[in-house]
Design a binder for this molecule. Structure first.
Ligand SMILES: [Zn+2]
Length: 415
């Protein structure tokens, strides 16, 4: 179940679209004439809960550079108040947590920095609050509860460099916000978070982070936060309903039909031609995998499926149903031909070799050569395509209209 405030806000979205709707012009040439004066009238949208680790962990390091309190999750009660916390290990006790020498016998706590403060978890610093939630098996789930527009500022810089252009990044902001709100709307009952901080949801580096070589890097920037602010409350809708806006890095010439990849893909996820991503290094690519490697990667998949498969003799792609790329791959060991869904095949081979579902396979001696186009599933907004469109003078509304045909961008308002 969504938290009551979230539920109220999200459940009200459709109603808001009718009574407080500002439908933005998308088809006009040049820059859209927008009165951007947020946050005046823009809905106060709920904070986002982002899981900071793919899975729960056994220990973590915390650091807070300014004053903060520690409270039971969702409570104002102060368990601990400090002016700062140097880098300190957090571990589990029998019924709570130990932060340095402090023992807190509470199963769910939150670190709440004062004002605009932030807290480090490992090598990353996050705006908002940090929740530590005990899990079974001596593990802890770490969640960042961050105001939506702060989160959007982080996602814009994490997903799309400044070099892609302001209009592309504005399109990214609207898409990231729509995606996040849609995920919050459909979060399962009792879920402890709404989104992952990786491309499993959308990439979010927080406020600052340390790179593997020890450099301190910005996770968000004045520019990305300005973009979040200027597009505050704007979301993509279909027939008056917010929808989950899927997007990918490079479509490779044509975006994928959403329903080929996602059961909940809204109608605007159509396959549309896109020549604007041609400057991407992964617009077209080639990968070579040895026969032995391919054999072992395929075997792992079939073994997990409890299916016997002998020595690989041939690999062919199945019929291509849409411009969205390969749907199935057929392989033979000389005695039988088995069919593997292209998504499973891509995972089995490795997404760092097979960048997308747009590919062909050729045999070259002891190797298999994959010739493909694009990076990612190719559904919805093409990030490199948005870059190309922004460079050709299109504004963010026009970009969104190209990648989500039939959709409308609206501003969620409080009235
Ligand atoms: Zn593209």
């Amino acid at each position: 179940m969504l938290r009551p405030t979230v539920k109220w806000l999200i459940a009200g979205v459709t109603l808001l679209l009718f009574i407080g709707l500002l439908i933005l012009p998308g088809k006009r040439g040049g820059r859209a004439k927008l009165e951007l004066k947020p946050p005046l009238g823009v809905a106060r949208l709920p904070a986002v809960r982002v899981s900071l680790t793919p899975e729960s962990v056994t220990t973590a390091t915390l650091q807070v550079d300014g004053p903060f309190r520690v409270s039971p999750m969702g409570s104002q009660q102060v368990l601990l108040r400090l002016e700062r916390l140097p880098k300190t290990t957090v571990s589990l006790t029998a019924n709570g947590f130990r932060i340095g020498t402090q023992v807190l016998p509470v199963p769910r706590i939150e670190i709440v920095p004062d004002g605009e403060g932030a807290a480090w978890v490992g090598d990353r610093e996050y705006r908002g609050k940090i929740q530590l939630i005990r899990q079974s098996g001596g593990r802890v789930l770490i969640v960042n509860v961050v105001p939506l527009e702060d989160y959007i500022g982080g996602v814009v810089d994490s997903e799309m460099p400044t070099e892609f252009g302001t209009e592309a990044r504005k399109a990214q902001a609207v898409v990231a916000r729509s995606y996040a709100l849609a995920q919050m709307q459909t979060a399962r009952r009792g879920a402890l978070f709404d989104l992952y901080a990786t491309t499993r949801s959308q990439k979010y580096n927080g406020r600052r982070y340390r790179s593997s070589d020890g450099r301190l890097l910005a996770g968000d920037s004045y520019d990305s936060r300005q973009i979040a602010y200027e597009t505050a409350g704007m979301v993509c809708t279909d027939q008056g309903h917010l929808f989950c806006t899927y997007y990918s890095a490079v479509c490779g010439g044509s975006t994928s039909l959403g329903s080929d990849f996602f059961s909940d893909a809204a109608p605007p996820h159509q396959s549309v031609p896109c020549q604007w991503c041609s400057e991407s290094p992964l617009y077209q690519w080639q990968a070579t995998v040895t026969n032995a490697d391919l054999q072992s990667r395929i075997q792992k998949y079939w073994t997990a499926q409890e299916t016997k498969f002998g020595t690989l003799k041939s690999v062919t792609i199945g019929p291509v149903p849409h411009a969205g790329g390969v749907a199935e791959v057929q392989m033979s060991d000389g005695k039988q031909t088995l069919t593997m869904p292209a998504t499973a095949f891509r995972r089995a081979i490795g997404t760092s070799d097979l960048y997308s579902h747009h590919f062909q396979i050729e045999r070259d001696g002891t190797n298999w050569v994959f010739k493909g186009a694009g990076h990612g599933h190719g559904v919805g907004l093409c990030q490199w395509g948005a870059r190309g469109l922004a460079r050709s003078g299109k504004n963010f509304l026009q970009i969104l209209e190209i990648y989500y045909p039939g959709s409308q961008v609206v501003v969620l308002t409080d009235q």
